[in-house]
Design a protein around this ligand. Structure first.
Ligand SMILES: Cc1cc2nc3c(=O)[nH]c(=O)nc-3n(C[C@H](O)[C@H](O)[C@H](O)COP(=O)(O)O)c2cc1C
Length: 192
């Protein structure tokens, strides 16, 4: 079996599909499903989202310069899909999905209560790329759901049943195959 040539395209999967919340200058909130997102820097903490200018949310993003990336779970999959196929121009996506809007700590855009992680962002730069414009943003605050914390202060996102997106389909995360550095970690000697 050999390799088949594919035309250059977006083949970087799986990805997180997130719900990005925005608030426009008139105070109207909206949610948009985004898969073109990624961490771009650890220190300072930065991420990017890429959005087509024709999206209703685009205006709120450019005029406010703020947004929240809300991570999604299996229980939120229907809402996640809905927010990616209906426009806030025509529907109130909070009312339609039943997701709960809560105040963010540092930005005007709301956070989603049901999300295990809410990443509050302020746009540093907008880069027009073509079909999508990339919003490079500083992470200015993060909140996490305390129910996924352990007694030692560790956070367990896997307990929230996160969803991933791959070639048009939403999937569960699956089981662990090892943790960071396991391939070189020395095995602890058993005490006899
Ligand atoms: C799984 C999924 C991922 C999506 N990812 C993006 C994306 O990264 N960028 C984008 O501009 N639109 C993306 N979309 C499409 C928008 O979410 C969709 O057009 C949405 O209805 C726009 O909402 P709005 O008009 O209220 O802003 C995605 C849709 C789905 C279902």
């Amino acid at each position: 079996m050999g390799k088949i040539d594919f035309k250059p395209g977006n083949m970087l999967y799986p990805l997180p599909a997130v719900l990005v919340t925005v608030r426009d200058n008139a105070g109207k909130d909206n949610m948009i499903t985004i898969a073109w997102t990624g961490t771009v820097c650890t220190n300072p903490p930065m991420l990017s989202i890429s959005v087509r200018p024709e999206r209703h949310s685009y205006q709120a993003l450019t005029e406010s310069g703020e947004f929240v990336v809300n991570l999604t779970t299996a229980a939120m999959t229907r809402a996640l899909d809905f927010c990616g196929v209906r426009s806030g121009k025509n529907v109130d996506k909070f009312a339609m999905t039943g997701l709960t809007r809560i105040r963010s700590r540092k930005v005007q855009a709301p956070s989603i209560e049901e999300s295990p992680v809410n990443i509050e962002c302020r746009v540093r730069q907008m880069i027009p790329l073509g079909s999508h414009h990339m919003f490079l943003a500083d992470v200015v605050h993060v909140t996490v759901d305390e129910k996924y914390m352990d007694e030692k202060g560790g956070f367990h996102l896997e307990k929230a049943d996160p969803v991933v997106y791959s070639h048009g389909t939403y999937f569960d995360l699956g089981r662990s195959r090892g943790s960071f550095g396991f391939s070189v970690r020395k095995k602890k000697k058993r005490k006899s």
